[in-house]
Each structure stands twice: as C-alpha cells, then as structure tokens.
Design a protein. Sequence first.
Length: 449
Amino acid sequence: MASSCLNSLILPPCSLPRRVTETCASLSSSYPALNPTSSSTGGALKPIVINGDPPTFVSAPGRRIVAGNLLVIISLFGFGAFVLLCLSLVLSSIDTVLSFSGFVGDVHGDLDQARCALEIAGVLSSDGQDLWTGGETVLIQLGDVLDRGEEEIAILSLLRSLDIQAKAQGGAVFQVNGNHETMNVEGDFRYVDSGAFDECSDFLAYLEDHQYNWENAFLGWIGESKRWREDRKLSQNHWGPWNLVKRQKGVIARSILLRPGGPLACELARHAVVLKINDWVFCHGGLLPRHDFYLFLFEMPDRSIGTSAVAYGVERMNYEVSQWMRGFSEDDTSPNFPFIATKGFDSVVWNRLYSRDMLGLEGYQINQIQSVLEETLQLLGAKAMVVGHTPQTTGVNCKYNCSIWCIDVGMSSGVLNSRPEVLEIVENKARVIRSKRDRFSELQAVDYT
C-alpha cells in the first residue's frame, strides 16, 4: 500500500514569493482553451503573489472577496463582473459507532450540496462536467471537508480539479484546514460516516489500479467515485453499514490514507491553517495574539515584536502543521505535534471565542474579546477576520464592529440544514447574500457599510 508521502518536498519555513501565473505554464497544454493572455476586462491583471508554503500571505489587489458558509471567493474579474460567492459546501453528517463543524466554512462530505454551492457562486458549470466557470476568481474553502458525510475524497478531488482549471484562467482555489482535518490525521475517526469508510476502501483500490500514481488517481476520482459507489451497492458481496469486517477494512484504508505521511494527509498538507489575503484573515476557528508571535519568540527570543515577526510566526505555524501531516521532521524522529495550531480549545482550528453568541456575554466580557481581536488584527496588519467552525443560527453575521465575520450557517444536512448564505466583500465593503425559499434564482442582499 502507499504508505509514503507522494509529491511532497521538505521546504524551508519561509518560501520566496511566487506568482500564480507562473505556476500555470505547465497547465496550458491540458486546458488550452482556458489559458487567456489577458483579463476579461481587456487589460492584463496584476499577478496574484503568494508567500509561504503552504500559502500563508496572498496579495490580490483590486479583487472582490466573497465568502459563504463553506467557501470564500475572491473575484478577479476587475470592474465588478458579477460573481457570487460559494456558499458553504454543506456536508451530510451521520455519526457512526466510532463515534463536527462548518464554514461558512464546512462542507462535511456532501458532494451534491457542494456542487450546488459552487454553482450558486458562479464557479462551477451546471452541466455535470465539473468545469470551472469563475474565470479570474479566487475561491477559498475554510476547512472541515472531512467527517459527517460520505463523499469527502470526491469533494477534495473536485476542489483540486477546479484549482487547476482556475489557474489556467488566471484564478486560483485555496483551502484552509479545519479541526476535522487535523483530527483525522491524528487518527481520531469518531465522526466519520460509514459511507466515508467505504469511500476510503474504494479509493485505495482505485489508487492501486493506477499503480499508486497519486495525481492521476486523485484528480480522476471526482469523475469515478459515483460509479464505484453504485457498483459497490449493487455487488452481491455488499455488506451492510455495520458489518464489522467491512468496518475494519474501511478503518485500515482510512488510516493508510490519512496517517502522517499518508497520501491523503500529504494532500491536506498543501493547505494552511491561517491564510491572509489582502487585508482579510481566513481561518477555521480563530486566531489569537499568542498564535501570532509564540513561534517567533520561541525561535528568536531576543528579537523585537513587529509585523515581520508576526508574519514569521504564522508562516512557521502553517509550515509545522504541514510538516506534521507529511510525516516530516527536522531530524530522524517522529514529527512534533503542532499543539498550538491544532489541539486545545483555543487553538486556531478549535477556537470559538469570536463566534460565541454575544447575547450570553456580559459587557466586560465583550470588551475583553474585542480587545483580543483588535490586538490580533493589529499584529497581522489586517482589517477583519473570517471564521467558520461554529454554526450561526441567525445566519452570516459580523461582530465587534464588523471586525469578525462568522459565516458558518450550518447549511450541511448534518448540522442545521439551513439556507445558503454568502458574504461578499468589495472594496472593503461587505454584504450578505441570502437565497429566498432555497431557490438559487431568487436572492436577496443586505449591505453593510
């Protein structure tokens, strides 16, 4: 079985800036019709500049940012071509005997809802061909693709396929890991749907059929997963969801794929836990001041704290999570567990401080939280933060003078099954776009000044 990391390299914690357009040169042969030489507005766009590996700081000047329950989209169409953001990729969720959360951020394995959200966002074709229709748009997915649903790998495959197509058009797709990604790499399968174990077994067999060529198998899975699932259910040897032999097979397959250094864990390692695009910070749970400069102080205790120090700390944190997922370490020992980012109630992927319902807070508590948030944003030179993780029963909303946006509305059928909502940011002005009567063709917008 493929137990080693595929397509992964040990990289320094702070990588040189790179341009998205430069990474797309090799894709033009695969997508010749989707490789424009200039923007749709008639002039060449300034390139998207990415710093960090995994991506941590992204400069995309003049772009529109759109955020939904699961996805965030940054439109690069220039003078206001209309592009809605992708609502949260909703996940279907069924707890298993092994005995979860959302962006507007979380997708949780519901491929049908994910496709619907992407179509609403204007970045996915509605003909079933899974083609990128967003042009020069940047899409951001805020984590929790895993758990509570059956088609997790298919969603990850779809997002990667869209990223390749988007880059060929001058766009890009970014993902941010959530707590359910880190839980699964750690081996915590309590919230895995029985169908997701089956998908792991199917995909591992599919990977073997492709001689363990990860790129070919992973990119092809979105087009093959449905057939494999249907064939499995029609098979005379098909076992029920609670068959112990079948469950053991699924657990073993999932462990092979997601353990540190496993091929799917290495795929997740391509993504950050904190992403800053222009003046906005995106993370699954929430960033705190100690996350910003803890690692910097640990490495260089005699240096003064400034924006560059914070940048180093966040990039280092992303790097350490990525190295842990890849099974790498700076020596021959097991990689250190990145506790500050992935473990504990106040870690980046678990933090709920900013997304708590303010109705249950005292005035002094609100002031304290606002002070913490302001300090965090000041350290990063950011205007606001967008988080998921905690479903908002009132829909997408902002708190603390709109310095924090909570966009997990629990659209997943496994959470609240609520209506889709989108956060759109244009020139630092935000508005919430909601569907009416759950029909994509009928939308309403509420502006925030």
